[in-house]
Design a protein around this ligand. Sequence first.
Ligand code: ATP
Ligand code: MG
Ligand code: FE
Length: 349
Amino acid sequence: MLILGVETSCDETAAAIVRDDRAILANVVLSQLEEHRPFGGIVPEIAARAHLEHVDRLVAEAMNQAGIGFSDLDAVAATGGPGLIGGVMVGVMTAKAIALAAGKPFLAVNHLEGHALTARLTHDLPFPYLLLLASGGHCQLLAVLGVGQYRRLGTTIDDAAGEAFDKVAKMVGLGYPGGPLVQKAADHGDPNRFALPRPMKGKPGCDFSFSGLKNAVRLLVETLAQPLSEQDAADVCAAFQAAVADSIGDRTRRAIAQFRQDWPQGRHVVVAGGVAANTALRAMLEKVAAEAGLTFLAPPLGLCTDNAAMIAWAGIERFRLGLTDSLDFAPRPRWPLDPAAPKARGAGI
Ligand code: ATP
Ligand code: MG
Ligand code: FE
């Protein structure tokens, strides 16, 4: 079984061909970083136009790399949401057009389900597992029980983890996107020079919060000589990264306790989303999982950040179960994985 995946929900235009034996035949990603860099963040209108300009070429490139034609496909999958609606529309229209022209089924994939199932593309991973999904727009702990079956154990009550990394990067004078730059700076920093709060640590439940920590960093930066010296910036980044890892570690520990109680057959803790690229966070999760006797799994970095292989793979998982979507599918700017979960107070779903 061969599926073409298209991803256009944020600032990466991506196309991939994945086979049901987990072979990735092609996986092309075009980052719009340069287009958004002057604005220090993603501009939705610019993103939508860039997707429109590049998506056809990227699909053609993926097909060429895989050495196949549209008639060889079993289905066409695109991110149907959540995300920036202009971009999602571009990907969905593209996939629908190919599906219609080639007479193949169409699948609308939830972007978060793409992140959530990525570890099953890269590892022999049975359901159920505990997932930390930490990205630019989301920070959630989920019990993944099956395809389309998610129970949310915790979510952020304000900012997403990636968002906090990006904002801290700006505060200390690093560029965009912040996550990788903060990590790089933190490598040369002393995490103990500055004391920062560990948000939510010790609190009941498994929810996250990052806006207080972000403000603490803002206040701290104001006390330092401007512009920040390289060492000051590195020490702030190291302190911030340690606080995030500590806070997420605490929340994950609590989620593991709940997960083991409700789904004792589960053996794995899995991480996904762009922030999963962070090595300090990975080390913390590995430790927390080991403490509980569970195995920690993380997809390779390139499959943690946005890509279309995860969309094609989620398409395969759904298609194998006979799930397809109508060409009437309307893109969804919001699309929670666990619709029964209570709404979070702030951002995130
Ligand atoms: P979502 O998936 O929630 O819609 P998104 O698609 O923007 O959001 P991803 O592409 O999955 O998110 O992840 C991007 C985020 O990951 C950015 O906020 C970026 O700063 C962060 N990130 C990437 N690499 C690292 C890293 N090494 N350390 C910390 N954060 C990182
Ligand atoms: Mg992105
Ligand atoms: Fe994403």
